[in-house]
Design a protein around this ligand. Structure first.
Ligand code: ZN
Length: 228
């Protein structure tokens, strides 16, 4: 009963001009979907636990030239050192449209505020490509004022690594204590198993693409050159 009322109210508030099809009404009866509909303006950050298979296959592929890949996918694992010495984990992914906030910034805006200043956090990001100069700057500033945060960033590709501005930003990241690595084939497999939607009941084995190892080595070389 309560759900129904909620749905009716929100229906009126959220979509006065919607087509009001049956599908819309179904969505509105589900409180989680309802929240999404209300809180997610178009072209905003997408948050979730598992990303669709095709997104992973296209966006995370560690190709040398990343044409057409105009989004950043960021999968995160948060480990908390709690008072009892136990480690808890939360995880999810963020996706950006480059027109809006970048995924890195979205993490700081939407995940970081929930951190307890009294606890210590180890955060690992698996990102489709390395940060742009503005995001690198934001990461450095955030690490500077968030002393209980340790960040490891694993990237599938290096973003515009030939640009001196980007190279300088990556070096500054390292100086700020941010660990940066290129994703190995095993890291892609980890993302596949933990962050990609799987068929119901069975998880499909990860199928590495042909040049995965070669491209990893290519980017690892470039990063070592930049950081040395
Ligand atoms: Zn960025």
């Amino acid at each position: 009963m309560a759900q129904k009322e909620e749905a009716t109210q929100a229906e009126a508030a959220a979509a006065p001009a919607s087509q009001n099809g049956e599908e819309d009404l179904d969505d509105l009866a589900d409180p989680e979907k309802l929240k999404e509909l209300i809180q997610l303006p178009p072209f905003e950050i997408v948050k979730g636990e598992r990303l669709p298979v095709n997104f992973f296959k296209f966006q995370f592929r560690n190709v040398e030239y990343s044409s057409g890949r105009n989004k950043t996918f960021l999968c995160y694992v948060v480990e908390v050192q709690s008072k009892g010495g136990q480690v808890q984990a939360s995880r999810g992914y963020l996706e950006d449209e480059h027109a809006a906030a970048h995924a890195e910034e979205a993490f700081f805006n939407s995940v970081l505020p929930a951190f307890d200043p009294a606890l210590r956090y180890n955060v690992t990001w698996y990102v489709s490509s390395s940060p742009c100069a503005a995001c690198a700057d934001r990461i450095i500033k955030t690490l500077g004022k968030t002393k209980n945060l340790r960040l490891l960033i694993l990237v599938g590709r290096l973003f515009m690594w030939e640009e001196p501005e980007i190279q300088a930003a990556l070096r500054k990241l390292k100086e700020a204590g941010c660990r940066l690595r290129i994703m190995k084939p095993q890291d892609f497999e980890y993302v596949w198993q933990n962050f990609v939607e799987q068929e119901e009941g069975e998880s499909k084995a990860f199928e590495p693409w042909e040049d995965i190892q070669e491209n990893f080595l290519y980017y690892e070389d470039k990063l070592a050159d930049i950081l040395k």
